[in-house]
Design a protein around this ligand. Structure first.
Ligand SMILES: C[S@@+](CC[C@H](N)C(=O)[O-])C[C@H]1O[C@@H](n2cnc3c(N)ncnc32)[C@H](O)[C@@H]1O
Length: 391
């Protein structure tokens, strides 16, 4: 199959125009690649009352929220801005959509699965790129949204199959019933654990592009291999609304519990800056191995937290660690290992999915980064011991 023309995506954006997928009244949240959507920073758009504002929002890099709380809360300006509500459907940031579709590289004739049909916009773009809407199948958990997506797509003359279902647990067959496999899987809801079925149902050599949600918070492009594994690398920063289950809860790979322990306090001997504003490669390692990125709280405190344990560093250099894990010590050990490995960037860091496990790696897709960090730590401990006995 010939590769797509370089401007195929530009054509798709014209032929499947975003405005056909945006309702007359919605909540626009301005973005830039890398800026997590903060619903409260948005504004109301009403096509009838203020058409200019509506059009400007639709053709800017804004996430346009079209549903709150799985439809249980009415979409109004007050509800959309309220911290107690959560967006559950949106037309995603155009810059991230185009970045994701470039990574996906849909070729004419590809069978595409679009997970999280939403407004139908990305399913329409995939249908245009594949050259035939019969090749595209979208899965959307919310039947009302699936119906609206089908109507939006029909206005563009497109009729891909929109299936109502939970893409985490049940995947439809390709629309044309060729076989069970897709060439491309495009995901537009955030995940922190990849359902293995997505790999199983992708043809070897095919790609899966998904938003890996915070703490990693980056697009991930995987290639599926003959042995049933998938490997790939991280791209642009992103934060998507999470994959949800039928009962509206968020699907997460992590469990949390409360566990208070006595605080361990000591003074810090290194500058916390490299952990506070980590380089992209270190950020991915810290996020995957420690479980959170450092962030600043109040005046002068740096926090690391995994929801149970917590490390706080004050301006004075005083470090307090609570909970079952010494998160700061773990972060320092990752930083040391990253430095010893030559400060790898995103070109040396990737992700592997197998039926049994999924993990971040450095240089070698077969070795989880956690093992590499442990090995480097042990080597450093041995070197210190040998050095001490020689001295
Ligand atoms: C960011 S929106 C998708 C944007 C969409 N691609 C578009 O172009 O409008 C995420 C969508 O994923 C859907 N979703 C969330 N969890 C899902 C699941 N488990 N299975 C299928 N769809 C899901 C949500 O209902 C929501 O419509």
């Amino acid at each position: 199959m010939p590769p797509p023309q370089p401007d195929a995506l530009a054509d798709a954006l014209i032929r499947v125009p975003r405005h056909e997928f945006i309702p007359p009244r919605a909540w626009a949240v301005p973005q830039g690649v890398g800026t997590p959507p903060a619903a409260a920073s948005g504004y109301w758009i009403d096509q009838h009352r203020d058409p200019d504002r509506w059009w400007r929002a639709v053709y800017s890099d804004s996430v346009i929220v079209t549903q709150l709380d799985g439809g249980r809360t009415e979409l109004t300006p007050a509800n959309a801005a309220a911290p107690s509500t959560a967006p559950s459907c949106a037309a995603s940031s155009p810059l991230l959509v185009t970045a994701g579709l470039r990574h996906l590289a849909v070729r004419p004739g590809d069978r595409v699965l679009d997970v999280g049909g939403g407004t139908g916009w990305t399913s329409g773009l995939c249908a245009y790129l594949a050259g035939d809407d019969a090749l595209v199948t979208a899965v959307e958990i919310d039947p009302g949204l699936a119906g609206t997506a089908a109507e939006n797509l029909a206005r563009c003359g497109l009729r891909p199959s929109i299936v109502t279902g939970d893409a985490a647990t049940e995947l439809p067959a390709p629309h044309d019933h060729s076989d069970d496999l897709f060439d491309r899987v495009h995901v537009t809801c955030g995940v922190t654990h990849i359902p293995y079925a997505w790999v199983e149902r992708t043809r070897p050599g095919g790609h899966i592009v998904l938003p890996y949600n915070p703490p990693i918070g980056r697009l991930l492009r995987l290639t599926v291999h003959e042995d049933g594994s998938a490997t790939g690398r991280f791209g642009e920063e992103c934060s998507y609304m999470p994959l949800r289950s039928g009962d509206g809860t968020t699907v997460s790979g992590q469990e949390t519990a409360n566990a208070d322990t006595d605080p361990r306090v000591r003074s810090l001997d290194s500058d916390p800056e490299s952990l506070l504003a980590p380089a992209p490669g270190l950020q991915v390692l810290l996020a995957s191995l420690v479980g959170d990125e450092p962030w600043v709280s109040g005046s002068g405190s740096v926090l690391l937290t995994d929801g149970v344990s917590r490390a706080t560093v004050e301006d004075s250099g005083r470090l307090t660690q609570t909970g079952p894990r010494d998160l700061w010590d773990e972060a320092e050990s990752v930083h040391r290992a990253w430095t010893r490995q030559g400060r790898p960037g995103l070109d040396r860091i990737g992700f592997t999915v197998t039926p049994q496990r999924q993990y971040v790696w450095v240089d070698d897709p077969a070795v989880p980064a956690v093992s590499a960090v442990r090995a480097l730590d042990e080597a450093a401990d041995n070197a210190t011991t040998v050095g001490a006995s020689l001295g």
